[in-house]
Design a protein around this ligand. Structure first.
Ligand code: NAD
Length: 392
């Protein structure tokens, strides 16, 4: 740890993402020893004192807070990590930027495009380092897909299709709102599967392929009333339970996307497939260390889909871990993003996806909902994303 600069983290929200990020910070010193910066787990904020205290003890934070404003006010915090539900992102980020703190924010950047625009303006005006945790980019097989497409091996891209399928909200007795079920409450989440699941697919797609220019979408809410945990009464459900959209990319390719929480049997089936003139690629989160690749240039007698086990030392990030042939998991995508953020502080380059990149995804999500509501094609106004090599 000697001669390392410390990045003192204030993490807000001790749920699922609070745990993945804390784990990531704790792995950096071991697996990215050359980085100039080391994360220091300075404080964690959770609203209940008992939970905050227990989280701090379990994950190694030096202190805890029960009000996120106290984290922003602390002089011994360099970076604020926003891991609370979507309705908190804008308020926390605006306050953190005004206080000159760096910000790592969970996705989706915000509930609405208007909030996301304010947040982007705020970090850019303040000149603070920022990133949004679209972590799937940093699964080695997904990063490899990006490298293969960038190399031109696929030639002209014709098709991009992605799914994100779950089945956890089929039960009509499930309430909405509150700690565990804020995702079903429009006021807290901003949207349903569009912001929660499709936002990931859109970020990956625009990063690997190109900007999505226009969309035609349909959404469905299968369970239209649920008891709200705040009132104890049955209330209208405002989120989209399922969403399907087709789109054009700036490079002329066609896209089709689907997300749902009503696909019985699927827990988190995120898949994408890209079809180019010369070759195709497909990937599946349930088998995340593999990338499938079809190359039309192969000898026709042995031509077929190859299943590449992305575990070799010359494949993205893998030399950081064990030996060729041994797999890594979901949690490593967060370690990679934390490392890339720290690396960006060394190089002075932004750590993609930045707030401005996530704003482009927000534009697409907003256009998707507008298209479904109006039953018409909508232009997104999304610009191509930026990118940085990071610490891989
Ligand atoms: N990158 C990913 O793949 C991914 C996966 C899951 C969630 N997310 C995003 O991460 C964020 C959090 O999701 P989660 O699954 O961890 O949710 P969660 O419900 O598991 O945890 C949220 C935590 O925030 C706390 N919280 C709520 N309001 C707060 C406040 N005002 N101040 C401090 N703490 C507060 C809750 O008590 C809870 O501990 C969301 O924006 C979500 O969209 C991203």
């Amino acid at each position: 740890m000697k001669n390392k600069k410390e990045l003192r983290i204030g993490l807000i929200g001790g749920g699922l993402m609070g745990r993945t990020h804390s784990n990531a910070y704790n792995r950096i010193a071991n697996f990215f020893p050359e980085l100039e910066y080391r994360p220091l787990l300075q404080t964690v904020c959770s609203r209940r004192e008992d939970k905050a205290r227990a989280f701090a003890a379990q994950w190694g934070y030096a202190s805890f807070e029960t009000d996120w404003k106290a984290v922003i006010d602390r002089k011994d915090i360099d970076a604020v990590d926003i891991c609370a539900p979507n309705d908190t992102h804008a308020e926390i980020a605006l306050a953190a930027a005004a206080a000159g703190k760096m910000i790592l924010c969970e996705k989706p950047l915000a509930r609405t495009l208007a909030e996301a625009q304010m947040m982007t303006d705020a970090v850019e005006k303040a000149g603070v380092a920022n990133t949004v945790w679209y972590n799937y980019r940093r699964i080695p097989a997904v990063t490899l897909a990006k490298q293969i497409v960038d190399s031109g091996k696929l030639g002209r891209i014709f098709h991009y299709r992605a799914n994100f399928l779950q089945d956890w909200t089929i039960n009509a007795d499930l309430p909405q709102g509150g700690d565990a079920l804020w995702r079903l409450d429009l006021a807290a989440a901003g949207s349903g599967v569009t912001g929660d699941l499709l936002a990931h697919c859109v970020d990956t797609a625009m990063w690997i392929n190109d900007a999505i220019t226009d969309v035609s979408a349909t959404t469905e809410t299968f369970v239209t009333e649920r008891v709200h945990q705040a009132t104890g009464k049955k209330q209208k459900v405002g989120i989209d339970d399922a969403c399907i959209f087709s789109c054009h990319f700036k490079n002329g390719s066609l896209g089709v996307f689907e997300a749902t929480r009503y696909a019985r049997g699927h827990k988190a089936l995120y898949t994408f497939e890209i079809n180019g003139e010369h070759a195709s690629i497909r990937w599946d989160l349930h088998d995340m260390n593999r990338l499938e690749y079809f190359d039309h240039a192969d000898d026709s007698q042995v031509r077929g889909w190859r299943s590449i086990h992305v575990t070799d030392g010359d494949q993205p990030y893998m030399h950081r871990w064990w030996i060729p042939g041994t797999s890594i998991g979901y949690e490593h995508s967060f370690v990679h993003q934390a490392a890339d953020f720290l690396k960006s502080l060394e190089t002075g380059e932004p750590c993609a996806p930045t707030f401005r990149d996530a704003l482009q995804t927000q534009k697409v999500c907003e256009a998707v909902i507008a298209s479904a509501n109006s039953r018409s094609w909508q232009d997104t106004g999304a610009e191509p994303l930026t990118g940085s090599p990071g610490a891989r």
